[in-house]
Design a protein around this ligand. Sequence first.
Ligand code: ADP
Ligand code: MG
Length: 267
Amino acid sequence: MKLSVYGKGGIGKSTTSCNISVALAKRGKKVLQIGCDPKHDSTFTLTGFLIPTIIDTLQEKDYHYEDVWAEDVIYKGYGGVDCVEAGGPPAGAGCGGYVVGETVKLLKELNAFDEYDVILFDVLGDVVCGGFAAPLNYSDYCMIVTDNGFDALFAANRIAASVREKARTHPLRLAGLIGNRTSKRDLIDKYISAVPMPVLEVLPLIEDIRVSRVKGKTLFEMAETDPSLNYVCEYYLNIADQILALPEGVVPNDAPDRELFSLLSDF
Ligand code: ADP
Ligand code: MG
């Protein structure tokens, strides 16, 4: 199964992805997480360091795919999760979609693309061009991370529109929203009343999740020495279990921008 995690910048996609990847591994699945953000820090809490990117490695080898070995680009992370960072095009030039395409091509050459129970793409979601929607071409499901605010829901609506477009030609479904860093969900509920889609989980702002980033550890690793954190892991295990239950998901009908402004505003 292939999953894409989208959402506004800084909303918690990578944090959520890493912890879902470990939760899936805890359920016995062979998991690969692919960071598709030029920020290339997607897998940092899994490995504890910034691993070399596919694009850097390909550049080093003059794009001779046959000279790249799996161990050059696939790194073992916490809980047995395999980690890849696609990397980014040079700032201000190139295309994020091209980078994702090259990454998938290389993983196929290495016979790694179809070897996993779950591949999770961690993708940036301020969707400005078709390139950033590229991982959807390879995905069965999309999940969107959002908070209870206008900007993240606006980005979510854009992503929903991309899913609707891709679903015309691919068997792609939106599995649902993950509310993050919020205990309130009134705007999320308003949004899904206009654009129906499941809410898989709502995670509050938790100081230990913030700290996990600085420590370079997932919550599962932190819970090994601090069992009081097990309750946080339960959120991620719950999301993993819903994914493994193969949810029906939806093909969303995104809301027009003007409707969204009036829906989510007080005036
Ligand atoms: P993105 O990948 O969407 O850009 P990150 O996963 O890098 O976002 O998260 C941005 C910051 O927010 C990180 O420092 C992370 O630790 C923090 N964070 C994410 N989710 C939570 C949460 N539920 N509670 C507290 N901090 C969080
Ligand atoms: Mg990220």
